[in-house]
Ligand binder design. Structure first.
Ligand code: ADP
Length: 399
């Protein structure tokens, strides 16, 4: 039933998402989530054609979680090893200066991804475990790594270079790498299709607004700037991450209150952003607080939108004018207010959102700009799993 599919695995720090997808038709045959790995209240959900398996049980580690999933898959249907899977696609967060395109995984590639863990200590080790277990369980299928940083490899030096001592930067591999690249690439490609234009003709801004959030400026199909940097902490305000702050704040926290590097890491990555300002990181929870008159939540929303507008403005200039601005990610695809407020009052720049189109409920790719708007404004649902599946299939087909 799943012949010709690609198994896509996204192994994160405390969760693993997986999906069996047909790269050609985009049909998702089965998908699931293993969450709260290592905690007493672990949870596995597996959605397949004939039903849903939902089990709560402690999951010791990633290895145990993936094995449980494979057992469940075999219980409710064919074992995955006999399911006609043509490739396994792995999302890998950091490709450093080594990996710029989808890469066939062998032992050397696994080691190189593990060695990049100093640049992505939360992500790459979890990615490696996912790869190792999947290779053990599905040894006869090619495994392909697709890197979150790859799309931003084309950033011009002026955009990828931080103005710090060049020797220190070099010795520590410090540059802007960018993240969410698979999403920015997929969405910008869909935008060109939607508009019936060659990507080479378009100046695009893509706003990927989910739990993590990033914006990119894309000229002629290539990324020329993005908000995330050496790590996914830089740029826009996010669910729990601060986005841009004065780096002097880190020095001040250390000198003034003696906070150590791990505490500051926890503060900026997990206790900042919307959560730090309002107590909640989920956008729907934030909106509910605002509805109830909560002033902290209102300020959090305003700070979020302020930063978004700042980067939209910056990227319009970097691009030398923009043809299309696209919203994606859980917030970008669903939230009317952020789309309206981040582009409000910009008719002088040729940007006008049509209120009725913006408010219309839909899961489809759609235009929300007014007919009088010189700049197109679109909503395009992202689909990183499909993009990974297609990249894996293309690589395997070329072997
Ligand atoms: P991730 O970065 O984990 O992939 P998503 O892209 O799924 O995240 O986005 C999650 C965010 O999208 C959450 O903050 C969630 O509240 C928000 N979101 C999802 N649906 C809606 C909605 N209908 N209205 C507002 N926000 C939403």
């Amino acid at each position: 039933m799943s012949d010709g599919t690609v198994l896509v695995i996204n192994s994160g720090s405390s969760s693993i998402k997986f999906q069996l997808v047909h790269p050609d038709t985009a049909e998702s045959v089965a998908h699931g989530l293993i969450e709260r790995i290592g905690e007493p209240d672990g949870h596995i959900v597996y959605n397949h054609r004939t039903g849903v398996e939902d089990r709560s049980l402690p999951i010791a580690d990633h290895r145990a979680g993936l094995k449980m999933v494979l057992d469940i898959v075999a219980e409710v249907g064919r074992p995955l090893s006999e399911a006609g899977i043509i490739a396994v696609g792995h999302r890998v967060v950091h490709g450093g200066d080594i990996f710029y395109s989808p890469t066939l995984i062998d032992d050397g590639v696994v080691k190189a991804i593990a060695d990049l863990s100093n640049l992505a200590p939360l992500h790459n080790p979890a990615n490696v475990i996912g790869i190792e277990v999947a290779r053990e369980e599905l040894p006869d299928v090619p495994h392909v790594a697709v890197f979150d940083t790859a799309f931003f490899h084309t950033l011009p030096a002026a955009a990828s270079t931080y103005a710090i001592d060049r020797d220190v930067a070099k010795a520590n591999q410090i540059r802007r790498y960018g993240f969410h690249g698979t999403s920015h690439e997929y969405v910008s490609g869909r935008v060109a299709d939607f508009l019936g234009k060659d990507p080479a003709e378009l100046n695009q801004i893509v706003l990927h607004l989910g739990n993590g959030a990033s914006a990119s400026a894309i000229k002629g199909g290539k990324a020329i700037d993005t908000t995330m940097g050496l790590t996914p902490l830089e740029g826009l305000v996010m669910g729990t991450r601060s986005g841009d702050i004065d780096p002097g704040i880190i020095l001040h926290l250390n000198r003034n209150s003696g906070m150590k590097v791990d505490e500051i890491d926890d503060l900026l990555n997990r206790r900042s952003g919307l959560k730090g300002l309002s107590g909640v990181n989920d956008f729907r929870a934030l909106l509910a607080l605002i509805e109830g008159g909560d002033e902290d939540a209102r300020l959090a929303y305003d700070v979020y939108v302020h930063m978004l507008r700042k980067y939209i403005g910056a990227f319009i200039v970097q691009l030398g004018g923009v043809d299309v601005i696209t919203f994606t990610g859980g917030v970008g695809e669903n939230n009317i207010d952020v789309r309206r407020d981040s582009l409000a009052g910009l008719s002088r720049l040729g940007i006008e959102v049509d209120p009725a189109l913006n408010e219309a409920k839909s899961r489809d790719e759609r235009r929300i700009s007014a007919s009088t708007s010189a700049v197109e404004v679109l909503v395009v649902p992202t689909n990183e799993e499909l993009a990974i599946a297609r990249a894996a299939k293309a690589l395997v087909a070329a072997l």
